[in-house]
Structures are given as C-alpha cells and as structure tokens.
Design a protein around this ligand. Structure first.
Ligand code: G6P
Length: 372
C-alpha cells in the first residue's frame, strides 16, 4: 500500500531515500567518543584477528560488489591479503583455507544459498567466518562464528540499494577495526577516516538532494539499448554495480569495465551517441589515477561517446569533456562509493519507470535466491 511505501511510488524510491539513516544507524554505537572502534559483535578473539593471514570475502550480486570494494579497504588499512570471490564459484575450485583465514560472508537476506554453502565449506576447513548481514537471526549469521549486522532496516525492493551502502559501511568498519587492532603504518589515516565516517550520512543526503538532473537525463535515455560504465580503483566495482542496476531494473544491456582495460577491448564498442558513465576518482590523493581516467574520457568522447561523468565537487579538469556532469561530495578515496553509487541507483530506477517496468519486482528476479 501507499502507506507502507511512506508516500513514495515504489519501495525502491523509499529505500534510496532512507540511505542516510541506514548509514547512520549502521555506524551508531560502533565508534566511541575517542574515535576508537568498538565492534564487540566480532566475537573472534583479538589474538586470532592478529594472527589472521588471509581474508576471503564471499557474496553474490550487489553484495559481491560491496565485497570488491571491501578488498581495497581491507588490504590498504590492514595489510592482510584479501581475496573476493563470487560465492557460487568459491567452493568448487578447492580454495586454500585454514584457521588463520578470516572469511567474510556478505548477504542482505542471510538466506542466499550459494553464500551459505560457501561459508559452510570455509568452516569445514577450519576458517573463521564473519557474516555481514541485514536480517536478524537468518541462516547465514546463525551458521557463522560472528555477525556484524547492517542496520538498513527491511529492504523490500528486489534491487538492493540501502543494504548495499550499509554493507560498505560494515566492511569499512571491519577493515578499520582490523587495522586498529593489528597496528599498521596507516594508523593516522585510520583515525582520519573514522572521523570522516561520522559526517558521511550527511554527504549521502546532500547527493540525494541534487538528483533531479539525473532523473531528467535518465528519461532522455529511455530509448537507448546500451549503456557502458567505467571506473577505476573503488570506482570499478561502482561501475559494475551501476551496470547491474540497469540490467535488473531497465532490462538494458549494460556493462561495467575497469577504465584501464578500455584499450584492451571495450573501446571497440564506442560509437556515436553511446552513453558512457564514468566514475572519476578524487584528484587529491591518487592523482595519477585521476589523470588517467580523464584521458579515458577524452578518448571515448573523441570516438563519439556521450559522456556522463560522476566527479567530485571542485574537480574542474573533467568539465570540458563531460556531456553531463554529476557532482558528488569530497570524501576520502576509499569512501567514495558511498556517494558515487547513489546517482547510479536513481538513474536506473528512473530509467525503469520511463520504460514502464515494474520497479520493485523486476521480471525473472527474486529478492533472495535460496537455491544453488
Ligand atoms: C538477489 C537479489 C540481489 C542481491 C543478491 C544477493 O539476486 O536480487 O539484489 O544482491 O540476491 O542477495 P543477498 O541477500 O545474499 O545479499
């Protein structure tokens, strides 16, 4: 009913709008006044976490994209090697796991069969499993050694939005906590990022307030067949997530690529007027990356692409090559997906609506896939 949807036409719109609160709720009580992380839920003893020599993230769908982003954060802040793998592939390749492996299973529903089978396999090999889950008491957390709940609240729309943002928050917390526990050369950076997290819900809110041009753009592209997405570093999984949302909701051919791979194939797809969404990393910090992606934008535009550029406020270098410029707030590099994903969700939702699709219940999809 309309009341259930909080006055929105679709659950998805309601859930997109709830993201600032979902993010804030997932942070609540997990950072103390001194900027220390308190993740008591991770009942895995500190000495075990100190001895961990490998992290493996398993998940499906949108949760897998959160896992890809988690890898960047975990390796950077903890210096522990981290793999991320589709849960459906994991156990079939005889993965190397032992007592010093920490497996993180990410699942909104806690019922995805592939993810459950992956974590069972991991525990059989002696690995410790930490679930990142949005559903209290569901099977995946029940079968894990520990659980860090995301506090997104119930997610009804099949296409995941607020659960994704909170999965990111939970993964950042785990990475920062592991980094803090073990002590790495990034101690100061960890302190800074923890401080930045307290303002991040407000930044997500600011993005939501500027989405009208994105909706307009989506409506103008409703007749297109293909949209490509490019990103680098953590912007790469964001590109994959933008493409997944478009497949799920708009039933359009959409693909995400690592921008550095452009020359190795995808650039052959560029033709006149093809919409290409590019997620631009911050010009601060990893500035080489930024410059490389700006040349990618020039390259595809020279070949006729219609460039839709998502870039940080104040980044003027992209403006001459952007047919459409979507601004996002400045954030620390690794946190950028929290703000960069939001326009892509709005874009896909509006395209689905413009194409007359069922937003909350896309054809052929289920909210949770409980068969292998
Ligand atoms: C289904 C849903 C996706 C979700 C995936 C994983 O495919 O349609 O939105 O990302 O399952 O679900 P989970 O509950 O494990 O996060």
């Amino acid at each position: 009913s309309a009341a259930e949807k909080g006055g929105y036409d679709y659950f998805m719109l309601k859930e997109i709008a709830e993201q600032p609160k979902a993010v804030a709720d997932t942070l609540l009580g997990r950072i103390d006044g001194q900027g220390n992380l308190s993740l008591d839920e991770i009942r895995i003893p500190t000495h075990v976490l100190r001895e961990t020599d490998k992290v493996v993230v398993v998940a499906c769908g949108t949760a897998f994209h959160a896992g890809m982003i988690a890898k960047y954060a975990i390796e950077h802040w903890t210096r522990i090697p981290c793999e991320v793998e589709l849960a459906s592939e994991f156990r079939y390749r005889d993965p190397i796991l032992d007592q010093r492996t920490l497996v993180i299973a990410i699942s909104q529903s806690g019922e995805t069969m592939d993810t459950l089978m992956a974590l069972r396999h991991a525990r059989e090999q002696g690995a410790k499993v930490l679930a990142v889950c949005n559903t209290n008491g569901s099977t995946i957390p029940r079968e894990s050694d520990a659980v860090l709940y995301t506090h997104a609240g119930p997610e009804v729309a099949v296409a995941s939005t607020k659960a994704f943002l909170t999965q990111l928050v939970a993964c950042y917390l785990v990475a920062l906590y592991l980094g803090q526990t073990r002590g790495t050369k990034y101690g100061d950076e960890i302190t800074d990022v923890v401080a930045e997290l307290s303002g991040i819900a407000g930044e997500v809110d600011r993005v939501l307030e500027t989405m009208e041009p994105v909706r307009e753009l989506a409506r103008s592209l409703a007749h297109k067949n293909t949209v490509l997405f490019l990103g680098r570093h953590v912007g790469y999984p964001v590109a994959l997530e933008g493409a997944l949302k478009l497949k799920e909701l708009a039933y359009m051919h959409a693909e995400g690529f690592a921008a550095g791979e452009l020359k190795h194939g995808p650039i052959a797809l560029i033709e006149q007027d093809l919409p290409v969404v590019v997620v631009v990393p911050s010009p601060r910090g990893r500035s080489l990356l930024h410059d490389k992606i700006v040349s990618n934008i020039q390259e595809i535009r020279a070949r006729g692409a219609r460039t839709i550029v998502i870039a940080e406020e104040g980044d003027e270098s992209v403006a001459p090559y952007a047919d459409h410029l979507i601004r996002i707030p400045r954030t620390p590099t690794l946190l950028q997906p929290l703000v960069a994903t939001v326009p892509l969700q709005v874009f896909a939702c509006e395209l689905a609506t413009a194409r007359g699709n069922e937003v909350d219940q896309p054809r052929n999809l289920a909210k949770s896939v409980t068969v292998e």
